[in-house]
Design a protein around this ligand. Structure first.
Ligand SMILES: NC(=O)c1ccc[n+]([C@@H]2O[C@H](COP(=O)([O-])OP(=O)(O)OC[C@H]3O[C@@H](n4cnc5c(N)ncnc54)[C@H](O)[C@@H]3O)[C@@H](O)[C@H]2O)c1
Length: 223
């Protein structure tokens, strides 16, 4: 199937794990894919796998905590492929495990920066581009930790709660639909019990739900 033929997908955290799986699926569905990450080797590997399968992709290195790098990532995506139709803001880390009183300031800052500020910066630069081009779909990888607490992950839980809320507020401001897609049984099974939550903004059309679920529903095939 090529449900994303003619579309351009940007995936952060695309060098490994869920981001790589999503990049491969976007490509398989016909999208041109920009794989982005701080990890160059893994990113090139993702691009290589896409090309081996006959897809189109490039790697662009960007640290999601750096405003200038995120802006450049968006600019380069548009100058390379002409638009950003699907943005999958997925880069994230778990950080160190410790209850609040033992969570270091360094760990807190790092996790909040990558998981929450990273998503904020991506949204900040993606939204104007999508409005300018007349539409698009954004999916942010949150977590079930964005809805419930885990005693040894205060920074992570706070960051993912923030991802849900910044997605909500961005959708509100845009007066567009917000879709919170809790992982269903299929996703639980195929990522070995991981508790995922995607927070998506519908900027135009019905793409976000489709592109979130496209990725979720087909991930099994890649495992
Ligand atoms: N795997 C799970 O069980 C699970 C559950 C819930 C949510 N999530 C979320 O899913 C997302 C992906 O997780 P994963 O399991 O695939 O992790 P992963 O570690 O396999 O991949 C994360 C990628 O993000 C990249 N990254 C880290 N910091 C970055 C930065 N500053 N800028 C750009 N890229 C950066 C890493 O290099 C890596 O390639 C994360 O947001 C994570 O919090 C994962």
């Amino acid at each position: 199937m090529t449900r994303l033929a003619g579309k351009v997908a940007l995936v952060t955290g695309g060098s490994a794990g869920i981001g790589r799986a999503a990049a491969l699926i976007y490509a398989r569905e016909g999208a041109k894919v920009v794989v982005s990450d701080i990890a160059v080797e893994g990113g090139e590997e993702t691009v290589g796998k896409i090309k081996e399968n006959g897809g189109e992709a490039v790697f662009i290195k960007a640290n999601v905590v750096n405003d200038a790098e995120v802006k450049e990532l968006i600019d380069k995506t548009v100058s390379t492929y002409g638009s950003i139709d699907c943005a999958f803001n997925n880069a994230g880390i778990l950080g160190e495990m410790a209850p609040t009183a033992d969570c270091t300031e360094e760990n807190f800052d790092k996790v909040i920066n990558i998981n929450l500020k990273g998503v904020f910066l991506c949204l900040k630069h993606e939204i104007p581009q999508m409005l300018k081009q007349g539409g698009g779909a954004i999916v942010n990888t949150a977590s079930i930790a964005g809805l419930i607490g885990f005693p040894t992950a205060p920074a992570y839980v706070a960051s993912k709660g923030g991802v849900v809320q910044i997605t909500r507020v961005s959708a509100l401001v845009l007066q567009r639909n917000l879709i919170l897609d809790k992982a269903n049984k299929l996703l639980y099974d195929c990522i070995k019990g991981a508790k995922l939550l995607f927070a998506a903004i519908l900027i135009q059309g019905k793409e976000p739900k489709e592109h979130a679920w496209l990725f979720a529903a087909t991930r099994t095939n890649l495992m």
